[in-house]
Design a protein around this ligand. Structure first.
Ligand code: MN
Length: 425
């Protein structure tokens, strides 16, 4: 096993940490901040790793393999388990059907459980045709003009729910590539209504304790219109479907400069924010490492989340947190650990915001002070808090450093080979 308890303990005893943590704790205590409580909240936040992001990603121009990629579902779970041992922050995996159909769900469920890994939302796929499939999704799936195509897509989604049930998932995420690339290609009204009707048929098959997450995206693969382009449309669908349906926000699925934190605030206010797909982007759905381009935006999103959870008296368990990125250049496992770090940094910074002072500044329209309050939190180097949370929960103080010193990728290449290719993006 790569990164066993002894290796983690040795790494932690030889990594400098305590002094920086004590200095920060003392400074935060002067501001009346309860550091142990923040460390506890950081330890509690678990992020799901998508099964399709454990291998090298690619673009439509090419794909460059990493070597040692997981070749089957068991190996994907092993990779998530490795990340989880190093960080104690990745206690869930999100599967994509049909890329990860479990032959024996009970065995897979037990394997995951031995590593402390739960099954997050399952994801359906009607954006590709599968071998042997009767009807093509070339012109759409749940929105398609042909009833037979729609029924096939509905059946697939119900099948995904059944796989999820067998594994212990509690939600299905539906992202649709449906749309049109040219004006006049598709009747907007018919496409919306058919999509809603198809979703209704899937919704009726949801187990009572399940959620349906609807994920919007403004363009790609269709470039003129998508059937669920924005949060308003996804809200309309979720609202029409009922209490078990809500909206999923993928950070890359917005037009440039969209105010995502405001979307988060509104959806939370209406009780319709179901979960997140974390990534970062410069131009579109770039699927870059979380926090690598716009860390301040990520902080502002977390500020709304923390405020919303406090106001609604809920915790992180009320939302589905997942990374949805593609790793084209970096080792996917290192990249995922960087994303976990960025998510927790933003969460920690948001927990530092003086909510009472901010509310007072807003009440008085003291615009300068409101900005000062937010930026004081954002500019705090909270990394010692993350390291302390990892130390306390038995993870590595510096996960990437340990991953590298153990030469984990070389070990995976030796075990699985240079040319093993993971299914996924
Ligand atoms: Mn997504």
């Amino acid at each position: 096993m790569i990164a066993n308890k002894t290796q983690i303990a040795e790494h932690n005893s030889s990594t400098t940490h305590q002094e920086a943590f004590e200095q920060l704790s003392a400074r935060l205590a002067e501001q009346g901040i309860d550091t142990p409580e923040i460390v506890r909240q950081l330890s509690g936040l678990q992020i799901a790793i998508p099964s399709w992001a454990l291998g090298a990603g690619g673009t439509r121009f090419g794909r460059f393999s990493m070597g040692g990629e997981p070749g089957n579902l068991e190996q994907k779970i092993e990779d998530v388990a490795l990340i989880h041992r190093l960080t104690q922050s990745a206690g869930a995996i999100s599967l994509h059907i049909p890329w990860d159909i479990p032959d024996d769900p009970e065995t897979i469920r037990q394997l995951a459980a031995t590593h402390g890994i739960a099954f997050d939302a399952v994801n359906s796929n009607t954006f590709q045709d599968q071998p042997g499939q009767e009807h093509s999704y070339k012109f759409g799936s749940l929105c398609h003009a042909d009833t037979r195509v729609r029924e096939q897509a509905i059946r697939h989604n119900i099948e995904v729910i059944r796989y999820g049930e067998a594994l212990g998932s509690k939600a299905i995420t539906i992202w649709l590539a449906d749309g049109s690339s040219f004006p006049g290609q598709q009747n907007f009204r018919h496409a919306f209504q058919r999509t809603l009707d198809s979703l209704q048929a899937i919704y009726e098959e949801l187990p009572a304790d399940w959620q349906m997450f609807i994920e919007h995206k403004p363009f790609e693969p269709n470039f003129y219109a998508t059937v669920v382009p924005d949060w308003g449309t996804s809200y309309l669908l979720a609202e029409s479907l009922g209490p078990q349906a809500s909206c999923l926000v993928d950070l890359g699925h917005h037009l440039p400069n969209t105010n995502i934190e405001q979307i988060v605030a509104t959806l939370m206010l209406k009780g319709k924010l179901g979960g997140f797909h974390f990534n970062d982007s410069k131009y579109g759905d770039d699927d870059l490492t979380v926090g690598s381009i716009k860390p301040y935006q990520l902080f502002l999103i977390f500020h709304e989340l923390v405020y919303g959870m406090k106001w609604q008296n809920t915790g992180p368990g009320s939302l589905a947190w997942m990374i949805d990125a593609s790793h084209n250049l970096k080792d996917p496992l290192e990249d995922l650990m960087q994303s976990l770090e960025a998510i927790k940094i933003a969460y920690a910074q948001a927990l530092l915001v003086d909510q009472r002072a901010l509310e007072e500044a807003q009440q008085n329209y003291d615009v300068t002070l409101a900005q000062e309050i937010l930026q004081a939190a954002y500019r705090t180097d909270v990394r010692p808090l993350l390291r302390e949370a990892r130390l306390q929960s038995g993870a590595a103080i510096d996960p990437i450093a340990l991953y590298r010193s153990l030469q984990a990728r070389d070990q995976l290449i030796r075990q699985r080979g240079e040319k093993n290719i993971a299914t996924g993006l």
